[in-house]
Design a protein around this ligand. Sequence first.
Ligand SMILES: NC(=O)c1ccc[n+]([C@@H]2O[C@H](COP(=O)([O-])OP(=O)(O)OC[C@H]3O[C@@H](n4cnc5c(N)ncnc54)[C@H](OP(=O)(O)O)[C@@H]3O)[C@@H](O)[C@H]2O)c1
Length: 316
Amino acid sequence: MPDKKIIAVIGATGAQGGGVVRAIVEDRDGPFAARAVTRKPDSEKARALAALGVEVVAGDADDPAGLDRAFAGAHGAFCVTNFWEHYSAERETAQATNMARASRKAGLKHVVWSTLEDTRKKVPLDDARLPTLQGKYKVPHFDSKGAADGAFAREAAPTTYLLAAFYWENFIYFGMGPRKTEGGAFTLALPLGGVKLPGIGAADIGKCAYGILRKGSATIGQRIGIAGEILSGAEMTAKVARAVGKKVEFFDMPFDVYRGLGFPGADDLGNMFKYQAILGDEFLRSRDVKASRELNPALLDFDAWLAANASRIPIE
Ligand SMILES: NC(=O)c1ccc[n+]([C@@H]2O[C@H](COP(=O)([O-])OP(=O)(O)OC[C@H]3O[C@@H](n4cnc5c(N)ncnc54)[C@H](OP(=O)(O)O)[C@@H]3O)[C@@H](O)[C@H]2O)c1
């Protein structure tokens, strides 16, 4: 495949980047070849990518020189950061800035940067509706990504900004699935404040990013928010109940209670849900299901995602 354009994929062993790699590999006659960038080329996940015929190279977002090597000779890149590995907003912004600078240094033609909103633009630090966290953030894992957008705008190769939605996989892996109550019934508890939640199957994020890379220069500078479906808590719960074959009720947990649950990042996520409720329809408009399906015709709605994944939701 000597004539294929290389897309260097950060996070290739993870959910978002893994979806980008699979989308490239599955489009056998497509224009791109994936280069998986990982800190651990010997890991099982990296070896599984190599077994698919994907080029695997070492690279670390904390190490600019390594990024230079990882991006060398590529046409484009998919860039994502993993806040939940270290919980530091400043480190996440620094990692993203390293990637932005490396993309220009390597002369890439197109970058897709997986960002999120800097919530402080709508809810400034002196707004008491959201407690300030880590000294200068409202929703650290959003703000830190949004804070890096300027580096992509000013210091990176031409960039498209991709804004993902709540992964439905959070019902499997992140402890947000239904819980048994004392009476034996199941409750799905999320702090939504009565508003709907844009959601998406994680694999569809990479497929949408691939659609953006295929569209190429027409998308540069755009902010593209994606979702598979936008549903209320009661609607999601009814679908989960049907799919798992149990009685499940929705509990719209107060934001303060959620923030106080005590798991790492509970305050950040509580603020994230409240931010979405504060913005209301404006937040829902920022994630467009129709545009997502145009980028990725195989996009799953929640029922389709449940048909494939409900058996993985822990419920007992
Ligand atoms: N969960 C949600 O609902 C949701 C919704 C929207 C956005 N997000 C955002 O998604 C991001 C995580 O993406 P994901 O779900 O795809 O992650 P993931 O599945 O947990 O995988 C993390 C990936 O990041 C790579 N990585 C981490 N640190 C790195 C570094 N210093 N240098 C190079 N690669 C590094 C890892 O690669 P190696 O270990 O192989 O190096 C791995 O491939 C988070 O920042 C989160 O805020 C999540």
